[in-house]
Structure formats: structure tokens, C-alpha cells
Design a protein around this ligand. Structure first.
Ligand code: FPP
Length: 188
């Protein structure tokens, strides 16, 4: 990390700003364990996780990360107890209700990937409003994976590509890495 080339070093964090990753993805895990350690209910861990998202978002944006993807709710998470799912579905509402002004202040643009249409109405609205309110921001993209799964992403991309071949919009030999990336929800 350190060298003699007078590279720009962030003195507070000791990070080499020339080597900040363009895209960071975080799998949000350990909320339940965090809460258990403190003899708190699991949902207290999720609430704390949401606060940590705010800190990480501002820090990543200031460091010049281009895309921060947060795996917040997977397609498998519906199997959790109903109370926990309901609590999780309320978090984006709380998060965006009080954090959007700070996101705009930091020029952060909100984006989402996953089957948003299947989320409760209030969650959908909070997410869609945040996307609209930050649509003019040109800085870091804060990308939430909500009701997202990698198999879902691959299946959806394959269906779209197959449809394009069927419609003769593309030929099979035109299917390359770039085309696949463009069809994935993760394709930034
Ligand atoms: C995994 O921890 C975490 C989750 C399933 C949910 C994390 C999501 C949030 C905090 C919501 C943030 C969303 C927005 C839009 C702000 P776990 O329960 O698997 O923990 P464990 O591994 O310790 O059991």
C-alpha cells in the first residue's frame, strides 16, 4: 500500500486513493449474530445493519467508489419468519425517508436490482421514490439488491437473450460476454 512515489494517500484511513475499487459489493450478513451477542432480538441487528449502511455509503462515496452494491434481501430471505420479513420490508422505508437528503448532498444515485414488483407496496414506493429523487445525481451509484438472487438474474438474462434470438434481433454467434453482461441486473 505504501510506496515512495508520492501517491495520494488518505492520511485518515491510510488508503491509497489510486487503488480504490470501482465496484464494491457487500453481502450483508451477521446481523443476527451481532444482536445475539448483545442479548438483543435479531431485528435489532438488522436496524444496526441499516445504520452501518449509511456510514459505509458516505465513506465509499467520499473515497470515489463508482458503484456500491448491497445485498440487502435475497429471493431466499422470504423463508425467514414472517415477523422478521415484515421488519426487513420496513427498513427501506425508514432508511430512505431520512437518508435521501444526505444521499443527494453526497451526489449519490440510488439504483435497485431484483424483483421489486413483488415487494410490499410501501417498500416499492420508498425504493422507487428514492430512485426518482436521486436520478440527477452523478456520483456513486448505491445499488440495492432487493428480492434478488443470482439464479434469478441468470434465468432472466437467458430468457431475454433467447427471446432476442427467437425474434431474430440477434444471432446465436452474437452472444458474447459483453452481451450477457448487458442483460444481467449487475451489469453496470
Ligand atoms: C443478514 O443477516 C442480513 C439480512 C438478511 C438483511 C440485511 C438488510 C438490511 C439491514 C436492510 C437494509 C436495506 C435497506 C434498503 C437500507 P443475518 O440475519 O443472516 O445474520 P446472521 O448471519 O448473524 O444470522
Amino acid at each position: 500500500m505504501f510506496n515512495n512515489n508520492k501517491k495520494q494517500i488518505d492520511s485518515a484511513s491510510q488508503l491509497d486513493l489510486d487503488r480504490i475499487p470501482k465496484h464494491i459489493a457487500i453481502i450483508m450478513d451477521g446481523n443476527g449474530r451481532w444482536a445475539k451477542k448483545r442479548h438483543l432480538p435479531r431485528v435489532a441487528g438488522h436496524k444496526q445493519g441499516m445504520e452501518t449502511v449509511k456510514t459505509v455509503t458516505v465513506a465509499a462515496s467520499k473515497l470515489g467508489v463508482r458503484v456500491l452494491t448491497l445485498y440487502a434481501f435475497s429471493t431466499e430471505n422470504w423463508k425467514r419468519p414472517m415477523d422478521e420479513v415484515n421488519f426487513l420490508m420496513g427498513l427501506p422505508v425508514k432508511f430512505f425517508n431520512n437518508f435521501v437528503p444526505e444521499l443527494i448532498e453526497n451526489n449519490v444515485k440510488v439504483s435497485v436490482m431484483g424483483l421489486i414488483d413483488q415487494l410490499p407496496e410501501k417498500t416499492q414506493k420508498a425504493v422507487r421514490d428514492a430512485v426518482a429523487q436521486t436520478s440527477q445525481c452523478t456520483g456513486m451509484i448505491l445499488n440495492f439488491a432487493l428480492n434478488y438472487g443470482s439464479r434469478l438474474d441468470i434465468r432472466t438474462a437467458m430468457q431475454q437473450i433467447a427471446r432476442e434470438v427467437e425474434n431474430k434481433t440477434i444471432t446465436v454467434s452474437e452472444i458474447d460476454d459483453a452481451l450477457i453482461s448487458r442483460h444481467l441486473m449487475t451489469g453496470f
